[in-house]
Design a protein around this ligand. Structure first.
Ligand code: M6R
Length: 612
């Protein structure tokens, strides 16, 4: 989704920051970009369709000394990607420039009113109305910029994060948010607005997180936050612990590959923090009373995409290790399917970004029905973090590749620890079995390293199947979610048609796809599902499918009928999805790389899906 940056410096030129900040937001997905600065008292705007390089080319040779500016990467919603539809948008007198992330739902109505007043529009976007509205409200500079913004936003319905500058008020940068993410950076040399922390991390690690319906007024050395009724709001200044290394590729070619390789450390950190001695599990930030957790009668998990697959694994793990019934929904269905909710249901939302629109709406729905909300979140200070009753942070560090990898295994690790914590609290599992499971879990980081050592072998397998038209992923039990995730990872970055299925469902349709050209990734680690998986793999063999098996080390049985094999170390079946995830991610990565795809920013996708 769109990325916003804004900056007001004391004495440095701002353009370099704007471009670098936008580069750090590229991961969000975009199709055009632009900047606006106030140069010698007048607004200067430059915008281009396509990648940031186009904008950089257009700006080459511009001798820009402005201290204040805003920038934007656009992910088209209203109006196709084009220069005219790119942000910043300006008013008819070219005094106000605005960048916007979100959707102004009543823009048609506002646009008609403005057209009647003689305003000419130069784009098809909903966002442009804001530039004209603010211009009207500012009455040629008689009304301060922040007040003109406030009065305009009172008329707007929908979702927005905005940054605004005016050549009539050149010492002010104004931002506002409602339903779309916006953070404020407080720096020594100036102050910043951005959609996400990586954009400003080089300049400052001090941030505030404005709430919905708040307006931010920044000068080079001050900040003020107030609400739509002009009431001033105080905010805690947070210190971000992420380092600059974490938001750069750090020697890797692609963020996705870097993040795949970070998984052993991420999982080790989670286990050490929550279960340092292999005995008790603790969650300091849980913030939900033990009595409440003892009293819950059901858990309902809600999330999207890869976070949904992590949730699916957590459902299996909870059902295997506690007595609780567990539902799971994709958030876009949950929020509309009229779920029967009450205070005895714990709703567990899972989100890397903490900003996913459907997950957030589901959270709000569940809250309104009296459910306790626990969330597994990566981005601290995100809206889901702030609106949940309790949170488990994955502490995976920034995930920048659009394809979620380390967040997925981090979510699963947090989920399994939470399940064991509940089992311990509710006395639904004996302490010896809990300890045994934890002992196994602590082996995961090293075992993942072992799997990562097969990277070259996995890359070779991937290159052989990279140009297949379709691929099938089959798994059972704990690894049914792995099959779904393997297929999603492949299709989203390599654009290969890929389907994940519960292996037992094959006979009910997908088996018709199998022929001698179809790669079938069969997830068959040791465990209760193994024998049944063997039968399914044999069915694939009988139809001449190209079998690529993920097996436990030492499995000779399936090796003979597989075209290729990838081995994972032996671990309790409940934990196998955390090992299986690694070859599935690497397969997707190397299939996409062989095809020359834009892995970190796949077409049409956005990292943080802040619109419905
Ligand atoms: O930020 P979230 O975890 O809420 O995001 C959910 C999905 O949008 C996300 O997992 C998406 O499916 C990824 N592109 C998958 O790799």
């Amino acid at each position: 989704m769109c990325g916003i940056v804004g900056c007001i410096y004391k004495k440095e030129p701002v353009l370099d920051f704007l471009i670098e900040g936008l580069e750090r937001l590229e991961y969000r997905g975009y199709d055009s970009s632009g900047v606006a600065v106030i140069e010698k008292g007048a607004l200067f705007t430059s915008k281009q369709e396509g990648k940031l390089n186009q904008l950089k080319k257009a700006l080459k040779g511009e001798n820009c000394s402005s201290f204040i500016g805003i920038g934007h990467t656009r992910w088209a919603t209203h109006g196709r990607p084009s220069q005219a539809n790119s942000h910043p948008h300006t008013d008819i007198d070219n005094e106000i420039a605005i960048v916007h992330n979100g959707i102004i739902e009543n823009f048609q109505e506002l646009k008609s009113e403005l057209i009647e007043q003689g305003v000419q529009f130069s784009s098809e976007t909903d966002s442009e109305v804001l530039a004209h509205l603010i211009h009207n409200q500012s009455q040629a500079g008689k009304i301060p910029l922040e007040e003109a913004v406030r009065l305009s936003l009172k008329k707007a319905k929908g979702a927005y994060a905005i940054a605004v500058i005016s050549s009539r008020d050149p010492e002010k940068l104004v931002g506002a948010r409602l339903g779309s993410p916006l953070i404020v950076g407080i720096g020594k040399n100036g102050n910043y607005l951005a959609s996400d922390v990586p954009a400003i991390l080089k300049q400052t690690n001090k941030v505030i997180y404005p709430n919905d319906g708040e307006i931010i007024l920044l000068t080079a050395d001050s900040y003020k936050v107030f609400d739509l009724d002009k009431k001033s709001v105080k905010h805690k200044v947070h210190t971000i612990e992420w380092t600059l290394d974490q938001v750069t590729k750090n020697g890797y070619d692609k963020f996705m590959l870097k993040e795949i390789h970070e998984q052993p450390k991420v999982i080790e950190a989670i286990l050490k923090q929550r279960n340092p001695k292999g005995e008790q599990i603790s969650f300091e930030e849980l913030n939900i009373d033990e009595a409440v957790l003892k009293g819950i009668e059901r858990i309902s998990i809600v999330s999207c995409g890869t976070a949904y697959h992590a949730g699916f694994f957590i459902k299996y793990f909870l059902e295997n290790n506690t007595d609780l019934p567990v539902d799971i929904d994709v958030a876009s269905e949950f929020r509309y399917r009229k779920p029967k909710l009450n205070s005895k249901i714990l709703v567990l939302t899972i989100s890397q970004s903490g900003e996913t629109a459907d997950t957030l709406a589901s959270l709000r729905l569940a809250k309104s029905k009296g459910c306790q909300i626990l969330s597994i979140v990566n981005v601290m200070g995100s809206t889901i973090d702030r609106e949940s009753d309790g949170v488990i942070y994955t502490h995976a560090g920034p995930e920048i590749g659009v394809a979620s990898t380390k967040a997925y295994t981090a979510q699963m690790t947090c989920g399994l620890l939470f399940a064991l914590y509940l089992a311990q609290l509710r006395k639904e599992m004996d302490s010896k079995s809990i300890k045994a499971m934890l002992k196994e879990a602590h082996k995961l980081p090293e075992m993942i390293q072992t799997v990562l050592k097969q990277e070259k072998h996995i890359a070779e397998i991937a290159s052989q199947h990279a140009y297949a038209e379709s691929a099938l992923y089959l798994g059972r039990g704990f690894n049914f979610p792995s099959a779904l995730e393997g297929a999603l990872k492949n299709k989203e970055i390599s654009y290969m048609h890929a389907e994940g299925h519960a292996a037992g469902e094959m006979k009910h349709g997908p088996i018709a796809l199998i022929d001698h050209k179809l790669p079938v990734f069969c997830i068959c680690p040791d465990g209760d599902s193994y024998e049944k998986m063997v039968s399914n793999v044999k069915e694939v063999e009988a139809r001449k499918g190209l079998i690529i098996s993920i097996l436990t080390e030492g499995d000779k049985n399936l090796e003979s009928i597989s075209k290729e094999t990838i081995f994972i170390p032996k671990i309790k079946e409940d934990l196998t999805p955390l090992l299986v995830a690694i070859p599935l991610q690497l397969l997707a990565f190397y299939i996409a790389e062989t095809k020359g795809c834009d892995i970190d920013q796949p077409r049409n996708l956005a990292k943080s899906v802040t619109v419905e």
